[in-house]
Write a protein that binds this ligand. Structure first.
Ligand SMILES: [Fe+2]
Length: 200
C-alpha cells in the first residue's frame, strides 16, 4: 500500500514539475487532475485514521459518535460532494463526450458505478447506525483505496490526451469555481439542519 501512495504521490509531483517554467499565472499551467490528486492525498490520510480506528475498536466494538459524525461529514462534504462532484460534473462529464478507447470507457463507467456504491454505503450506515457502523466504515475505506489507485495509477494521466490545452484550462477554472461555491453550499445546509433541530 505504501508503494501505491508513493507512486501516486510521485505522479502528483510530476504533474506540477512538468509545468512550463516562468508561467506568469500561478494556476494557469496546472493540469485539471492536480487538484483531484491533491484531494486524494487528504482522503488517504482520513482512510488511514479510519483503519486505525477500526483496529483499535476490535475488542470493545465501542464507537465514539463524534468520530462517526466526523467521518460522515468528511466523506459526504469532502469525499463525495467536493471531490467526486468535481470528477463527475466536470472531468468525467467532459470525458464522456470524447471518443474514448474501450479501456478508458470501461474505466470511466466503473468509476461512475463506484459513486453509486459509495452512496449506498452512506445510506446503509445511516440505517444501521449501531452495530454495523464499523462495517460501513471499513467498506468506505476499501472502496476509496480502490478508487484512488485506479484513478492515480491508470486513469487520470492517460485521460488528459483527450483534451486540448484550452479545454484543460477551462476545466481547471471550473474546478476552482466549484470549490469556491462549496463552502457556501455546505453552510447554507447547516443553517437548514440547525432549524430542523428546533423543538416544535
Ligand atoms: Fe478521485
Amino acid at each position: 500500500m505504501k508503494t501505491i501512495c508513493m507512486v501516486s504521490g510521485l505522479a502528483a509531483i510530476l504533474v506540477f514539475i512538468s509545468l512550463p517554467l516562468g508561467a506568469k499565472e500561478v494556476r494557469g499551467p496546472m493540469k485539471p487532475i492536480a487538484p483531484l490528486m491533491i484531494e486524494h492525498r487528504l482522503i488517504e490520510r482520513m482512510i488511514g485514521v479510519m483503519e486505525d480506528y477500526v483496529a483499535s475498536t476490535q475488542a470493545s466494538k465501542k464507537i465514539n459518535p463524534a468520530f462517526v459524525d466526523m467521518v460522515c461529514d468528511f466523506f459526504r462534504t469532502y469525499g463525495d460532494r467536493t471531490h467526486h462532484g468535481k470528477e463527475e460534473d466536470i472531468l468525467f462529464a467532459r470525458l464522456a463526450k470524447k471518443n474514448l478507447s474501450d479501456d478508458h470507457r470501461k474505466m470511466l463507467n466503473s468509476l461512475i458505478d463506484e459513486r453509486v456504491q459509495a452512496r449506498e454505503i452512506y445510506v446503509r450506515g445511516d440505517e444501521n447506525a449501531g452495530s454495523d457502523i464499523l462495517n460501513s466504515i471499513t467498506a468506505i475505506t476499501v472502496l476509496y483505496r480502490k478508487h484512488i489507485e485506479l484513478e492515480d495509477k491508470y486513469f487520470f494521466i492517460p485521460c488528459l490526451q483527450y483534451f486540448t490545452k484550452d479545454e484543460m484550462d477551462a476545466m481547471l477554472s471550473d474546478m476552482w469555481e466549484y470549490d469556491r461555491n462549496m463552502i457556501h453550499v455546505k453552510y447554507k445546509e447547516v443553517v437548514g439542519q440547525a432549524r430542523d433541530l428546533i423543538i416544535k
